[in-house]
Design a protein around this ligand. Structure first.
Ligand code: SF4
Length: 438
């Protein structure tokens, strides 16, 4: 398969090790990819229906390079190949990367400003076939379970102990997450996470996660590192919403990657009782202490310890306390800490990165970033309304990952066709540029 304007899409070479030279000839992988692109482009995700449509629709036949007499693969053969060879060989990920490279070759990726966001998509799991998350459940012998359940059981060993227990677990797709959009009913869902280049809205990476905020935020690190590794792209700015403004995320982006994170800082220290806000205390990095409005010190340690202590809590913070001697004699105490003996300030170990994000927030560029973030939201709207991916068909994280990756491939192809291929003269001589693959 040759590419659009970029490097050739050598699918057969990619799949070489997964096809035997002997036995019955397999379904042509290029034909399968073309059929899947048709399916995701026009919201036909049922394999049976897709095979029927390609059989009957001449335009689809043309795109799949099938003559009038050529046979369309049987839907069960199609399905077996899709979930077997293609998944083992990560063909969809490979295809996604090749399409991104084609977008880069067409000049649609600047690599300067990225935006990240997640969108919830309903899983193929009934809310009735579920059990409470805190109750033990005896699963069937893994060999007799569905693929989605097997994946879940295999993943249980790797799950971190700190992971929160979900309220309900689906018995048909246990990797999906019981979740609810604000004001709506709860349902089982996954999240699709996009990392886009805001210049032309090209999706640079996509990752499927259970619909859980921690997993969504963590996937950002995976995507940023993968884009750096595969495409050698590191953004100067990364735009996200409040969910991405946690202290560990800011610390990773600012201190480890040197990326300016344009996000609202996740801050729960605001006081609503009229007492002094945290900003009214001055940080002295050299002395490792805060100074209160009365000019007194707040320290993490008031006396030396035989064995040095870090004072870092499990939450990754250090607590700074005023001296009881100072506070008890202070005339400002009613406006500072009326109900406790001394004032306390909690400082994150990533506070320097949080301060960088706070300074960014006051800039004009940050206001521009707020507008640019809408581009990723528009892609999600397009995904659900035009590509009709508002409910998944496949179960298990790997199946869901395939669905999200294919949808992102199609969204990038549409963008490439719209922006990089000049309009063709009307007359039916030339096929729509979006469908020209070779
Ligand atoms: S109450 Fe304590 S911390 Fe608050 S202003 Fe007075 S001396 Fe400073």
């Amino acid at each position: 398969m040759s590419g659009f304007a970029g490097p050739p899409l050598d699918l057969r070479a990619h799949l070489e090790d997964h096809y035997s030279a002997t036995g019955r000839p397999s379904v042509d992988p290029e034909l399968m990819i073309r059929m899947l692109i048709v399916g995701y482009c026009y919201g036909i995700r049922s394999e049976r229906r897709l095979c029927d449509e390609v059989h009957l629709n001449l335009a689809y036949r043309w795109f799949c390079r099938l003559g009038l007499d050529d046979t369309v693969p049987n839907h069960s053969t199609f399905s077996k190949n899709r979930h077997g060879r293609f998944r083992e060989s990560e063909t969809f990920r490979w295809l996604f990367d090749e399409v991104v490279r084609a977008c880069m070759a067409a000049g649609l990726v600047k690599g300067e400003v990225f935006a990240v966001d997640a969108s919830i998509v309903a899983a193929e799991a009934s809310s009735k076939l579920a059990m409470p998350g805190n109750e033990p459940y005896v699963w069937q012998d893994p060999a007799r379970c569905s693929r989605a359940v097997r994946e879940y059981l295999e993943g249980l060993d790797d799950a971190t102990l700190t992971e929160t227990v979900p309220k309900r677990i689906s018995l048909s797709d246990p990797q999906s997450r019981w979740t609810a959009a604000p004001g709506g009913p709860a349902f089982f869902a996954y999240s699709t996470n996009y990392l886009i280049d805001v210049a032309h809205g090209v999706i640079l990476d996509v990752e499927a996660t259970p619909a859980h905020r921690t997993a969504e935020v963590e996937s950002t690190k995976t995507m940023v590192e993968r884009v750096e590794e595969r495409f050698d792209l590191i953004p100067q700015r990364l735009i996200g919403d409040t969910a991405y403004g946690t202290a560990p995320m800011l610390g990773w982006m600012v201190e480890e990657k040197g990326i300016a994170l344009h996000v609202p800082v996740w801050d729960k220290t605001e006081r609503k009782d009229g007492t002094f806000q945290r900003e009214e205390f001055t940080w002295d990095a050299k002395a490792n202490e805060y100074r209160c409005p009365a000019g007194k010190a707040l320290r993490s340690q008031w006396r030396p310890f035989k064995k040095a202590r870090t004072h870092i809590t499990q939450a990754g913070t250090i607590i700074y306390l005023a001296s009881q001697h100072d506070c008890s004699a202070c005339s400002m105490k009613p406006r500072c800490c009326p109900n406790v003996p001394v004032r306390k300030i909690t400082r994150s170990v990533h506070e320097n990165a949080r301060d960088v994000a706070r300074r960014i927030r006051a800039t004009e560029q940050y206001r521009q970033s707020r507008c640019e973030r809408k581009k990723v939201e528009m892609l999600f709207a397009h995904l659900k309304r035009i590509l009709k991916l508002d409910r998944l068909r496949l179960r298990g994280l790997s199946g869901v990952g395939d669905e999200f990756t294919l949808a992102a491939v199609v969204q990038n192809l549409r963008r490439l066709a719209k922006l990089a291929c000049p309009p063709q003269p009307f007359g039916g001589q030339v096929a729509p540029a979006a469908l020209k693959m070779g």
